[in-house]
Ligand binder design. Structure first.
Ligand code: APR
Ligand code: PHB
Length: 388
């Protein structure tokens, strides 16, 4: 079997890359370890930057987002009992789109079906070969049979635990990592959101976030110790802890209900450089991980895909400047998002080893955000996303 670009991973990165390349006449094959249903049952974040919104429209996968998504022109932050709002549109002229990643993935699969894109699900033992030659290939097993696909390029869109990054020799990779000493316990509930916009709460008991998917579907998070397990948290215990961390004026509005999804996710900052090695290009979580505090994960995957798809399309038109400059260009934007995600995570969470001085610094950071127009402009520019 032969194609032009083999895409490993059928999550948001892989699907969006496949969609943009096929719409430009570049042939791809997507290799996905899981079933489509498994991929579609994943619950992830739900805040899209304007660049991601535009790219989904460019990919012909933006119609449902436009109809069902919710533009948000600001968000709330709280420090103990004090609630204040950052107005994105007033400060930087941009908004974000609240629309679940699960829905984005569903829309991309539908768009891929509409153009007859090639996906192979349930692949195992995916192995990358001859990446430093002009004739790379990928072997894999499917239903007990061994297969090989030859191509011009391989796109590693297989996430943090995928095979692509590991196919780059350790000596050729430079990795940066910060693991946070806590996790996020997330609950999805079929209840109306507590506020009209997201609420990020800094509280002595720990961080909390009130988010949403739509008018009847809410997404809440509380910071928990890494030793916690999901079974340690009943719904009642979760709602009581969330209420305790929200300002009273917000907590008294909270409508609770049974959790329809409950999970604990660890937090880390991670970057692997470079994002190209021979004919292999890394995209999205395969190359970098951000703590969810800044809602940057999907948006960084989108900007990677924008740069790589533009570069590969240009390659087949005789111009290699895009693929040659891909890694540097993508990493410049990745590191800006890394900084923002790290800074908001540091400002909003309780760290086990936090000194009284550290806590005062958090309070001052939040006071600056509450009182300084300039500070709110920097926050708004970073939260709504830098240009792609
Ligand atoms: N072979 C084939 N597929 C694989 C392999 C493999 N060896 N390893 C992983 N995969 C698949 C996974 O099953 C998953 O569907 O690659 C896909 C990677 O998808 P994501 O982890 O969602 O990463 P990405 O597409 O880059 O999207 C980034 O997803 O996890 C969130 O917070 C993250 O919002 C960000 C977004
Ligand atoms: C979510 O809705 O899941 C979400 C929103 C904003 C974040 C993180 C998660 O910063």
């Amino acid at each position: 079997m032969r194609t032009q670009v083999i895409i490993i991973g059928g999550g948001p990165s892989g699907l969006l890359l496949s969609q943009l390349l096929n719409r430009a006449g570049v042939a791809t094959v997507v290799l996905e370890r899981q079933s489509r249903d498994y991929v579609l049952q994943r619950i992830r974040a739900g805040v899209l930057e304007r660049g991601t919104v535009q790219l989904l429209h460019d990919a012909g996968a933006g119609a449902r987002m436009a109809a069902e998504g919710h533009p948000h022109h600001g968000c709330y932050l709280t420090q103990d009992q004090h609630l204040f709002r950052v107005d994105f549109t007033e400060r930087c002229g941009h908004a974000v789109m609240v629309y679940g990643q699960t829905e984005v993935t569903r829309d991309l699969y539908d768009a891929q079906d509409a153009i007859g894109a090639t996906h192979i699900h349930g692949v195992q033992n995916v192995t990358l070969h001859d990446l430093k030659t002009t004739a790379p290939s990928v072997t894999f097993e499917k239903d007990g049979m061994q297969h090989r696909i030859n191509a011009d390029f391989v796109a590693g869109c297989d996430g943090f635990h995928g095979v692509s990054r590991a196919s780059i020799p350790e000596g050729d990779r430079c990795e940066y990592e910060k693991v946070y000493p806590f996790g996020w316990l997330g609950v999805l509930s079929r209840t109306p959101p507590v506020m009209d916009e997201l609420v990020y709460a800094n509280h002595p008991r720990g961080f909390a976030l009130a988010s949403m998917r739509n008018e009847t579907l809410s997404r809440y998070y509380i910071q928990v110790p890494l030793t916690n397990r999901v079974e340690d948290w009943s719904d009642d215990a979760f709602w009581a802890e969330l209420r305790a961390r929200l300002p009273q004026e917000v907590a008294e509005r909270l409508i609770t209900g049974p959790s329809i999804e409950k999970s604990i996710a660890p937090l880390r900052s991670f970057v692997s450089e470079p994002m190209r090695w021979g004919q292999l290009f890394l995209c999205g979580d395969a190359a970098h991980i951000v703590p969810p505090t800044g809602a940057k994960g999907l948006n960084l995957a989108a900007s990677d895909v924008k740069y790589l798809s533009d570069g590969l399309i240009a390659h087949y038109a005789g111009d290699d400047s895009g693929i040659d400059g891909y890694s540097d260009r993508a990493l410049r934007r990745v590191w800006k998002a890394m900084r923002f995600s790290w800074s908001v995570t540091t400002m909003m969470h309780r760290f086990p080893d936090q000194s009284p001085y550290d806590q005062r610094m958090q309070q001052v950071e939040l006071d600056m955000l509450a009182t300084s127009t300039a500070a709110r402009q920097v926050f708004a520019e970073n939260y709504t996303g830098h240009d792609f």
